[in-house]
Design a protein around this ligand. Sequence first.
Ligand SMILES: NC(=O)c1ccc[n+]([C@@H]2O[C@H](COP(=O)([O-])OP(=O)(O)OC[C@H]3O[C@@H](n4cnc5c(N)ncnc54)[C@H](OP(=O)(O)O)[C@@H]3O)[C@@H](O)[C@H]2O)c1
Length: 243
Amino acid sequence: MVTGASSGIGAAAARLLARRGASVVLMARREDALRNLVEEIEKAGGRAVAVAGDVRHGADVGRAVTTAVEHFGRLDAAFNNAGLAVLGKDLHEISDEDYDAVMDVNVRGVWNCLRHQIPAMLAGGGGSIVNTASTAGLIATGAGAPYVAAKHAVIGLTKAAAAEYGERGIRVNALSVGSTLTEMMESVVEQVPGIEKKFFSRAIQQRFADPSEIARAAVWLCGDDSSFVTGATVPVDGGVGAV
Ligand SMILES: NC(=O)c1ccc[n+]([C@@H]2O[C@H](COP(=O)([O-])OP(=O)(O)OC[C@H]3O[C@@H](n4cnc5c(N)ncnc54)[C@H](OP(=O)(O)O)[C@@H]3O)[C@@H](O)[C@H]2O)c1
């Protein structure tokens, strides 16, 4: 199950998971984009199903989990990747509405996913969950304060869930994602031309990642190749914070 599968990192992960033989449930709000991706995956010989929905609503997430179990027998892995950012205005200039939107999609969204996915995984004997955090989950990157707080919370939920369910066969990890060229980033760069220089200044690799570079790490964490990794925040960030 991949949330935020209609574009960017989620779409790249869905394509790669399908290529590696996984049957994939795609969730996001834009139904047309999900349908197109299902078609593309099926044409390439893969298996996918679309569930349009909003991660802020537990019932929508529940439908996606039920669809996974009904269509494909069980839920082995989940990439909880849907997210929303606001630009890095000063904290006191950010509206309550923007605060709520960012916390709801990024934190309640992951919360809703965990609450519905974990029972399905327990019933199936275990699984692997990967939550999309950000370098903003570890440091104040210059992104808006609610986004920094939300991604820190995603890492907190990741650690708590990993600790609670580790002995019951569920691994839970987060990805600390660095600047990646997706719709989200394109809109940020459009609104603040040149902002990428600020993002790159903290990194060793001073460029945007391609979404496929993040997807490969997500797919590794979803599968058994990462069997001794849990509770971790895995950096895929071009070396942010190392120098
Ligand atoms: N790009 C970066 O530089 C960067 C850096 C660090 C972390 N991240 C994180 O990476 C993740 C993916 O973002 P992206 O860069 O790939 O951006 P993106 O292309 O804008 O993708 C965001 C995805 O989230 C979905 N989404 C947003 N709100 C949703 C909601 N309420 N319910 C369901 N789905 C929702 C969007 O689909 P719909 O609009 O169809 O709902 C879309 O599929 C996010 O968590 C983001 O915070 C990105």
